[in-house]
Design a protein around this ligand. Structure first.
Ligand code: ADP
Ligand code: MG
Length: 253
């Protein structure tokens, strides 16, 4: 099985090879958050979901953000990915501020640069596994060869035989693996992952974290939020942060 994963990975590397050739280990900032704040009204009070977060992520970094439920992790990821607008503060992706551009430019940026792994698999029930994986490409200009790429990635997550299945025919862990495959389809520079291994068995979790590590070593930047404090140790050189009541702080790895 491991062999199939590796072979598929090298095929995939070829498909995404322009992106990878352009990668040079350096200190180019790819994500920058400045005084990022998001508050929600809850009953009579305001909840500071994210409170004045500052963060600078270099190309090729692997960030792990640890925090209990309700600490603001999902809100932070959705601010970084331009899915939620902040009350104040800025997010720069490759030097461009998310909300200083048109909706169209923001959505093009998301589609071309970011792969999202949502906390809940969020697959479309009426589409097959293959169709779900190809979905992020619907808006992009060059889907040629994308079915082969999708099959490669499906093999990498151990679901080569499930391309034609529908989400309802898959277990929760398998659905999550499809969502992970979908996040890689556009060869994104950045993967934003929300509790990506939450409902996976130990063996599959190991495979997925191995996959993350290989992509990261090839230059993909990761921001992973989790409550699994062992996750960082599975990566080559993770930077670990913690989040508590909306406050983000760095930790010694
Ligand atoms: P985590 O992902 O760490 O569990 P969240 O970012 O989901 O944390 O939530 C942080 C806080 O913000 C929680 O108190 C949550 O109830 C609140 N919150 C998040 N999203 C909303 C929303 N859309 N409306 C109201 N409150 C929200
Ligand atoms: Mg969450």
């Amino acid at each position: 099985m491991q062999e199939i994963y590796l072979r598929a990975f090298f095929d995939f590397s070829t498909s995404c090879h322009d992106r990878i050739l352009n990668f040079t280990m350096g200190k180019t900032v790819i994500i920058e958050c400045k005084d990022l704040t998001k508050t929600y009204p809850v009953e009579t009070t305001m909840v500071h979901a994210v409170n004045t977060a500052n963060l600078s992520v270099n190309k090729g970094d692997f960030l792990v953000i640890l925090g209990h439920s309700g600490s603001g992790k999902t809100t932070l990821l959705s601010l970084i990915g331009g899915l939620t607008s902040p009350d104040s503060g800025q997010v720069y992706i490759d030097g461009v501020e998310n909300w200083q551009q048109s909706d169209r430019a923001l959505s093009t940026m998301r589609n071309s640069k970011i792969g999202f792994i949502f906390q809940f698999a969020s697959l479309i029930p009426t589409l097959s596994v293959m169709e779900n994986i190809l979905l992020p490409l619907s808006f992009s200009q060059n889907p040629a060869g994308s079915r082969d790429l999708a099959l490669d990635i499906l093999a990498q997550v151990g679901l080569a035989d499930k391309a034609k299945a529908f989400p309802s025919q898959l277990s929760g862990g398998q659905q999550r693996r499809v969502a992970i495959a979908r996040s890689f389809i556009n060869c994104p520079d950045i993967i934003l992952a929300d509790e990506p291994t939450g409902d996976l068995d130990e063996e599959t979790e190991k495979d997925i974290l191995g996959l993350f590590r290989r992509y990261n070593e090839q230059g993909t930047t990761f921001v992973v939020v989790t409550h699994n404090s062992d996750l960082a140790a599975t990566q080559k050189s993770a930077r670990v942060f913690s989040m508590r009541q909306g406050v983000l702080s760095s930790q010694a790895a």
